[in-house]
Design a protein around this ligand. Sequence first.
Ligand code: ADP
Ligand code: GN1
Ligand code: MG
Length: 380
Amino acid sequence: MSNYYFPENEAHLRQVMEAFSFPATLVGAVRYGCGHINDTFCVLCQPKEGDCIRFILQGLSQAAFPRQDEVMENFERVTDYLREQIKAQGGDPARETLSLLPTKDGNHYYTDENGKVWRLMPFIEGTECYQTATPERFAASASAFGRFQYLLRDFPAHLLHEPIARFHDTENRFEKLLAAVEADKAGRKTSVQAEIDFALARQEDCSVALNALRAGVLPLRVTHNDTKLNNVLIDRATGRGLCVVDLDTVMPGLVINDFGDSIRFGANHAAEDEKDLSKVNFDISLYEIYARSFIQGTQGGLTQAELEYLPWGARLMTFECGIRFLTDYLDGDVYFHTTYPEHNLDRCRTQFKLVRDMEEQFDKMRKIIRNIQNAGGNEP
Ligand code: ADP
Ligand code: GN1
Ligand code: MG
């Protein structure tokens, strides 16, 4: 308990915790995790009897989520559905998906005086959350995200709001980059001409998956849309990918993007903001490991076209993320959490390095998927 302390905004956190209904005394809180979007705290509470209990308290980002009530409605619908699916499969819904604690007035979240929404969730104990992949962790996360896809395969998509419009619309992300270059709000344009040129040279790529969607080649499904390694909790005892977290962007999307976003983040040995680009290299063996477990996790749920487009998912999500970081850099760092002025630019550069690597190894990436298929990897 000794390293639990209140951050600078103790009074506000106490007031937020007061809104929730549970018979325990707040002992302390720490900022928690490495998410770029929400304000996440681990809070420690002392019940009348027994040991202290930990919770995750999260304030939703108002910059990312303009319609916070819709985010919470999605969260409840998806987790309610997952709980039933997990029970039906003989799993433990209290550990395998997220849940919310009620407020004193019977709601599932609290809105503070600034209009910011706060939710309180049980801390899923006995788990680890990793920032870099090893083959074992990456395979575990792949199974969890594949299973997530499988569990939601029949979820009625019309029940979901679109919490961030055009989230993985890469063409639109590209247009937003052009607008940011034009506006040059932070006066940084001339210093990033090389990165802008890198993006401009790849405009056509932005339409590859969207064209396949428009042509009816790729189906729209309910997807997670933010499948980083640190959005899955891995069971410490078994090493299994136990619980998929960060459900704020669950909405209709392309399964190749869920695959691709995991590859973007995990299939290399450097941090997303590594400054030394010689350390940032796409690791095709990690890609293969992820692909095998993800495909298996979906239990035969992927169509032939989806399998064929998986490598494109990796390239596109990496490129898209790079242009999102570059856009935010040009806009003056208004969206992603940053801790120093060049943070978004460093992140953009790692993504563009990975795009280059993937372009060079694209044929091999395709072959790997075909080999997995030929070995029966996509069978139920
Ligand atoms: P962000 O949108 O900012 O990424 P997340 O929802 O991913 O926020 O939460 C940030 C981190 O908090 C996660 O990466 C994970 O480490 C941790 N986390 C979130 N929910 C839980 C939970 N219920 N139990 C344990 N850890 C959690
Ligand atoms: C954000 O919330 P977090 O840190 O898990 C972002 C993702 C990006 C990712 C880049 C809602 O994810 O889209 O790919 O950063 N989430 C949102 O690391 O924009
Ligand atoms: Mg997250």
